[in-house]
Design a binder for this molecule. Sequence first.
Ligand SMILES: NC(=O)c1ccc[n+]([C@@H]2O[C@H](COP(=O)([O-])OP(=O)(O)OC[C@H]3O[C@@H](n4cnc5c(N)ncnc54)[C@H](O)[C@@H]3O)[C@@H](O)[C@H]2O)c1
Length: 366
Amino acid sequence: MTITRIGIVGAGTMGGGIATATAQAGVEVLLTDAKPGAAAAAVDLAGTFFARSVEKGRLSQDEADAARQRMHVVGSIDALADVDLVIEAVFEDMALKTDVLAKIASAVRPDTLIGTNTSCLRVSELAKAVTQPERFLGLHYFSPAQVNPIVEVVRGEQTADAAVALALEFTQRTGKQPLACKDQWGFCINRFFCPYTNEAARLVDEGLGTPGEIDLVAKEAVGAAAGPFQVMNIVKPRINLHAIRNLAPLGAFYTPARSMAVTGDAETSWTIDPAGDIDPAKADLIRDRLRAGTFLPVLQELDEGVAGPAEIDHGAREALKFGKPPCALMDRLGRAEVERLIVPLCSKYGYQLPKSLDRVGSLIST
Ligand SMILES: NC(=O)c1ccc[n+]([C@@H]2O[C@H](COP(=O)([O-])OP(=O)(O)OC[C@H]3O[C@@H](n4cnc5c(N)ncnc54)[C@H](O)[C@@H]3O)[C@@H](O)[C@H]2O)c1
């Protein structure tokens, strides 16, 4: 099967963005949302996005018009009976998603691929709502989905090889860069991005740096354009906290830092005062902790086979804009240095040293 028509259920931030990117890539998109007017508003927003792309010379007027015409508002899930793929992008709520997925599965053809854009729920749990669960998987687009190239293609316990292959082909053909990964808490990228931000918040809790100082050091430590606190303020601390809380089954290292919980629960933002000169010893300590907080979960996810070094680094580079992605950085620093960095975290939180530590030095070249 070639996917030429898709349905999107939930036309909010993500559903609208996915629809925009997919229509621009030449695929017909049927959009539905429970809130009256929401799907039409998403199509209007896409029209504005296409118009801006024309102004910037990225699209011709004809291409913009054609993309806009490929987007169609439909009244209900039943109108998706004959699409090749449905992407569910409703609120992050297990009961709601279960209900919506069951409705999708009974409305579409038995061979229609069904994807969920969940960030935090288990694909294998959601699969219980879907008849023929072998055609169901995670399609985790990153925000803003109009332009962010990364999509995690998440294989649930029952997902068939053919469904993964179809999803990889579709996402590539529609201009995205899919990362195949296993259904584990945090998938490939949040698994280490959330702990990296959490370690930054722990440094604040321990009085070892201010958000401004930590952001400054982080830019050099991982080669990012923006530090963790700046990024959290963009993503919203409440959403970041929710993603971290979801990692709790992975053990004590993944529990939210005190200031992370306070800031997220209060739905406020981090105050980031610009940093002046930082004492070199203090900068070293901050750099070590941020790198350790990233390397430990990366090595653990390698041990668990969630994703490979190439996928992890590709995601870090493209979705997070890390100029020094973690596997290549660990290779460069070497095994002894990586061990020195992560041993304190392993001791403090009660983890064995990850087996993948032995691969450091040749993670990316193997
Ligand atoms: N916002 C992000 O940065 C981001 C990134 C990746 C993944 N996600 C995930 O994408 C999903 C959607 O998130 P969002 O940020 O787009 O949310 P959103 O609140 O912007 O949009 C959700 C939409 O779902 C609609 N909806 C609710 N119940 C519905 C139903 N029964 N039938 C049809 N539509 C219904 C709502 O009216 C709303 O328009 C969530 O699972 C979220 O975790 C979000």
